[in-house]
Structure formats: C-alpha cells, structure tokens
Design a protein around this ligand. Structure first.
Ligand code: RUB
Length: 306
C-alpha cells in the first residue's frame, strides 16, 4: 500500500494494533522506494522525509511505529545514490517485517509453555502477540478457556472473540466493567503491549491497568506479550510516554449528550512493573527490571541515531 493509503488506514483504525501499524509503516516506505522513479538524491530524500513524517503522524504516540519506521530508514542517509537508498529501504523493511512476525511466533511458543490444562485465561483488547500465545497452546492440544474484554470504545474484543472462536477455542466475551468480577475464576492474564518503558512499565489499551490490579488482588499471574521493538528508547532519556487521546464521538456513539458535558477518551493506560509477573519477548521471558539492559543492547543503534 502507498503512503497516503496506509496513513488513512491507520488514522481510521482499519490498521491497528502496535505490531500491525509498525509493519504497515515499514511496508509503506518500501512501496515508496520501489515506486520512486527519479534519480536525484536530494529530492528523493526530501520526499522520503515527508513520507516518514506523514506515517509517524498517523499515530504519533506509537513507539512501535517509530521503531518500525526508523529501522526501515536505518543508514539511508549514508547512501550515495537513489538506487542504493531504494535497495536499502526495501531490504530494511523486509527484515523488520520478517523479524516482527518471527517475534510474534516465538512469543507464542514461549508463552504457550505457561498455559496448562484447566487454565482460565483473561485477555484484553486485540493483541496479536497475546493471541499467538493462546492459539499456540490450543494447537498443542491444551484444554483451557478464555475470557476476552469488549474493550470499549472501539470494541476490539469482538475481533478477539471471533478470531479465537474460529480456532475452536472456548471463548467468552465480557464487558470491561466485569473484569474484577470474573477475576475470581481466572488463573492467568495475557495482554499485549503498545509500549514498554525503560523502567518496565506497560502502556497498553485503556483498562489494562484494571486487569493488572484485579489480578494482583486475586493473586492471578499477569503476563505481558511484547516484541522488543515496543520498548521505548525515548523513555531512557526521561521522556514520558504520551497517552493518545481520541475523538469524543468514539465514546458517545451518537448518544444524545448535553452540550455542556465534557468527554475524555484516553486510549492507553500505564501499568507499573510491580504488577507484571513476566514480559514474554522474542528474546525470552524477562522481568520488568531487565528491560533497560535489553533496550540498550538491542536498540543501541537506533537510540544513538535519535
Ligand atoms: C491495541 C492494543 C494492543 C497492542 C498490542 O490498541 O492496545 O494490546 O497494540 O497489539 P489499538 P499487538 O487497537 O488502539 O491499536 O500484540 O497486535 O502488537
């Protein structure tokens, strides 16, 4: 897909989820490079930078998108010709997407070892990484059941329940406010990640922190499934994670609301590391306290380019 189509699809949430938007951003830059017909480097770089900014602006607070785009553009400024730059962008994007999908698979394999017969799992929103764990365990023949939250206002939970039902998994949809009530039946929580900070906090779909608190209260294990490119290099330098706020219409959905009512629609919330039993990544199960070391060793180059 070209840059403009990708940007509109991300803005309209047709493409959503941290991993999917990161791969879409990388693919859009690859498409741009593949279809660029000029031969002068200066205008190429200018158009490339415009494309980068448009893509980053489509979901400006998403670190996955930032990392996907910057991995794709890695070393492009050292290229001596348009041809060389195009080749590099295409191969960088291909590598990022391949590694990203590979990470989801590895997370599924490692996370599935934490699921046993008889488990009752709770998940939130629609996370490819968390669902990879659940689907892998099911494919291994394990017998368990799953609760999924509706995840208002976008109701990504509907995607989750349909996806799991199609696999033949025993799945029950609940409304978001039923989380604490069903927690007494739950044995493990698996959620995805939009961003992980350098000190091991999780930023994920609004309501995730409620799952974590309820799990903590009920002594239920709370697992986060996250590719390492969701680790935020900016937080290493003390930057706070900006929580995306979306349109108020998403909340009221055509309801007759008095014009004096204010509406607040934050998309993500923050769960401190102390509520997380483990972060399941493609480099293994880690504690929130070890995010810093992995961030520095894996993203060192990207951090230095920032
Ligand atoms: C989606 C969401 C998901 C993470 C991880 O929010 O919070 O849990 O993005 O998803 P939105 P994945 O629908 O607002 O994008 O594991 O697929 O990367």
């Amino acid at each position: 897909m070209d840059v403009d189509t990708t940007v509109s699809a991300i803005v309209s949430m047709e493409i959503r989820g941290a991993g999917k938007i990161a791969r879409a951003g990388a693919s859009a830059l690859s498409y741009f490079a593949e279809n660029y017909s000029g031969t002068d480097l200066a205008p190429f770089m200018k158009e490339l930078n415009d494309a980068r900014d448009k893509i980053l602006g489509s979901r400006p607070t998403a670190v996955s998108l930032w990392n996907g785009v910057h991995s794709t553009l890695k070393d492009v400024d050292t290229c001596a010709s348009v041809e060389e730059a195009k080749e590099l962008i295409i191969s960088n994007a291909e590598r990022f997407n391949k590694e990203s999908l590979g990470a989801v698979k590895l997370i599924g394999e490692m996370g599935a070892k934490r699921i046993q017969d008889g488990d009752v799992i709770l998940t939130h929103c629609n996370s490819s990484a968390a669902l990879s764990v659940i689907k892998t365990a099911h494919a291994q023949g394990k017998k368990f059941r799953v609760y999924a939250t509706e995840s208002r206002p976008w109701r990504q939970g509907i995607l989750t329940v349909n996806e799991l039902a199609k696999e033949g998994i025993d799945i029950t949809l609940i409304i978001d406010s039923a989380v604490r009530s069903v927690m007494k039946h739950v044995t493990k929580v698996f959620v995805g990640a939009d961003t992980i900070t350098s000190h091991g906090s999780l930023i994920n779909k609004i309501g995730t922190s409620q799952l974590a608190l309820a799990a903590n209260e009920a002594r239920v294990q709370f697992y986060v499934c996250s590719e390492t490119y969701k680790f935020s290099p900016m937080t290493l330098y003390g930057d706070m994670v900006t929580i995306e706020e979306r349109d108020q219409d998403e909340v009221v959905m055509g309801a007759d609301i008095d014009g004096r009512v204010k509406i607040f629609n934050p998309v993500f919330d923050s769960t401190p590391g102390k509520y997380i039993d483990a972060i399941i990544t493609e480099v293994g199960l880690i504690s929130p306290g070890s995010v810093y070391n992995i961030m520095v060793s894996k993203l060192g180059n990207v951090i230095l380019q920032n």
